[in-house]
Every structure is written in C-alpha cells, then in structure tokens.
Unconditional design. Structure first.
Length: 364
C-alpha cells in the first residue's frame, strides 16, 4: 500500500490559503484543516469554518470536542461540505482546550474517545482518524509496561470503534506547567515506541494505518523511518520550508527512494503562476460576493514566505511579500501579477544557468 504524506493540522496556519498553496506543491499530500470545535460548526458561522476550494482535496476536517452526538452532527455537516475524512484531536494540550475537556485530555478517557469515533462513523460514510500523543504527563511507555499498555489499549479501543488511521505525535502531552509550544519541544520524542505501537496495533487491526508525527524536519528524515510507518505527518517543517512538499508525489510513487529535491527556475515559475491565478480568483470571488474587504493579500502571502528558504535574495523577496504598504495597494488582477513578479525579481534563482537545478541544501 502507498504511504501517506500529510501536512499536520495547525491552528492559525493551515487555513484555506495555506492549504491551497501546499496543494500547488504536491497533488497527493493529505491536507488537514485547523482544528474546528464541533460547537463552532453546529452553532457558529459554518461557511467561515468550513469553506474550502475543491483543489485542496484530499482534505481532512479535524474536529475538537468530546460530545459524541455533537461530533457526529458536525461530521455530517463536514461530509455535506465535501471533506474527505474526519479526524478527532486528542493531542492539543492548551489550557483553553483542557477547560473544554477535549484535545489531549481525552487520552485520559479512552472509552469516551471510542464512543466519539463510533458516533461519527454511524453518522457519515467517511474514514475516521484520531491524532494523539504517546501519553499524558509523567507516563513513560519506554520504561513502564503499564504506560505502554495504556496507550496501546487507547489505540486498540479506537480501532475497535472503527477508526482506520492513527497519527501519533510521538511525545507525551504535559497538561500542567508547559505551554502548547513547549509541549511541542520539551517532552522527549520516542519514535521507537511509536514504531512498536504500530506493530502491536496491526497484530489486531492490520488495515489500520499508523502515521508518525513530531520533529521530522526533512525528507531524508522521513525516508530514514519509511518502512516503520504507514505514513508521516509533518507540521512545522512543512510550514517553514514548504519546498519539501515538491518531492512528496515522487516519494509516494517511488516508495520513498526519490526524496532528493532540487528547485529550479521552471518549478518556481510554475508555482508562482499558480499563486497568481489562485490570488486573482480569490480577489474576484471577494469582489463578486459584495465583500471586497475580505481580500487580504497578506493572508495569502504569509503562508508562502518560507518557499524561497535557502535561495539567494530570499530576504528581499520575503520583505516585499510582507510589506503591508505594498500589499494594501493591490486591488486588481493586473496588480496581483505585478506584485508577485516584482517580488521574485529579487531572487537569484533566475540566474544565467536557468536550466540547471539549484540544490536546496538547507533542506536535504
Ligand atoms: C502553530 C501550530 C498550531 C497547531 N495546531 C494544531 C491543531 O489545530 N490540531 C492538532 O492536532 N495539532 C496542532 N498542532 C500540532 C501539530 O499538528 C503537530 O502535531 C506538531 O507541530 C508536531 O509536529 P511537527 O514537529 O512536525 O511540527 C499545532 C502546531 C503548531 C506549530
């Protein structure tokens, strides 16, 4: 079976513009929304939370919540909206999320999580997945058989309820004393435990796909673990160095072998053309909807700042893409084209050796 390469769900980051940009880089990457609370879908502005562009598919709607019926109804609405899969967040350690009794603290309630999975599956015809951690607080599945068994039982319960994909952020969530950011760096990564959990889960549920998440920063690192998981979910590295996604379709096709990545002028031009077209379409959609103020060019460019990472001239390129005086002046489709072309004129990728590839060494 082909492996899955996914961009992790990230609040305030993986919004629709970010995902549309990532889709320009990889046709097959699995993309996730930011976490959306089930209540926000049931009682809030559905279009604001759920609208997306069909080009983003395959697209997973990540839900937060702990009420099985609310999650099931929210998932149903997500299915009608056209999402490809529903994911439940059991990994977010923020205090706000804990106060709402969802996210990582759900790892303390395995039966409730299984009921949530079951309720969603009864309501929709989409695959259901769960994203979780290796444990809570001081648990140590590397040293304590009980702690290992705890997380394994958690995963088996989810599979028993019918989930077909698990994404394991391979570190604990510490609910008291660490911020969400610290919770992504301080608890140790334990890939070996995640690997063993996959083996043990698949003894009972061979069809369930287990993805590794946490700390993977390059395609060569993904390749180093290729055979140990059914897929990989990349968060911060995909956001800050999105050019790694350019290799993903080849990696999926070649069973990981072809992970080297070289950026050339042709690729840059292709992506830039797509950015221009996407931005123009968004501008026109905002104007046609009678709310032209919805068009904020910065809301698109902020997600692509990492694309020129490692290229000569990238500092000036980034400066232009985040210069609010320039961004605010863009009001027509012609100005969109000019804006992107002027920015990339700063890049030394457009050199005299235009048909030779420039190695993207910082990444691989
Ligand atoms: C800004 C930011 C927002 C995040 N928001 C979410 C979220 O909404 N749902 C979720 O499951 N994880 C969220 N995460 C965690 C990531 O999905 C991922 O598990 C974590 O960053 C570790 O992967 P990485 O080392 O590849 O970044 C967020 C991470 C970041 C950096």
């Amino acid at each position: 079976m082909k492996k899955i390469l996914a961009v992790a769900p990230m609040m305030d980051w993986t919004d629709r513009h970010c995902r549309a940009f990532h889709r320009m880089l990889s046709k097959n990457a699995l993309l996730y929304t930011e976490m959306v609370h089930a209540g926000a879908i049931l009682f809030g502005d559905q279009a604001r939370h759920l609208d997306f562009d069909m080009i983003e598919k395959p697209l997973v709607l990540q839900l937060g919540g702990s009420e099985p019926l609310d999650l099931a109804q929210a998932a149903q609405i997500g299915q009608r909206w056209g999402y490809s899969q529903i994911d439940i967040n059991c990994g977010c350690p923020s205090e706000r999320v804990q106060r709402g009794s969802f996210g990582a603290c759900l790892m303390a309630e395995p039966k409730l999580v299984s009921s949530c999975v079951q309720a969603i599956l009864e309501a929709v015809d989409l695959p259901v997945s769960v994203k979780h951690r290796l444990g809570l607080d001081a648990m140590n599945p590397a040293q304590s058989q009980n702690d290992y068994q705890y997380v394994l039982d958690f995963m088996l319960g989810i599979c028993d309820a019918g989930a077909t994909q698990l994404s394991v952020h391979a570190r604990n969530a510490v609910l008291k004393g660490l911020s969400p950011k610290e919770n992504r760096t301080i608890p140790p990564l334990r890939y070996e435990i995640a690997k063993q959990l996959r083996v043990d889960v698949q003894k009972h549920y061979p069809h369930v796909q287990v993805l590794l998440n946490g700390g993977l920063s390059s395609n060569s690192e993904i390749f180093a673990h290729w055979n140990d998981f059914d897929g990989f979910m990349i968060g911060r590295a995909a956001y800050h160095t999105p050019a790694i996604l350019l290799a993903w379709d080849r990696m999926i096709e070649t069973n990981g072998q072809d992970y080297g990545y070289f950026l050339n002028e042709q690729t840059w031009r292709r992506v830039q053309e797509q950015c221009v077209e996407y931005t123009q379409n968004w501008l026109l959609a905002c104007q046609e909807s009678g709310r032209p103020e919805r068009f904020q060019l910065a809301g698109i460019t902020r997600h692509i700042l990492g694309f020129a990472h490692g290229l000569g001239g990238s500092r000036l390129w980034r400066q232009q893409l985040s210069d609010h005086r320039l961004l605010h002046r863009v009001k027509t489709v012609e100005q969109v084209t000019q804006f992107f072309e002027m920015a990339s004129a700063h890049l030394r990728i457009f050199s005299d050796q235009s048909d030779s590839y420039l190695p993207y060494q910082q990444i691989d």
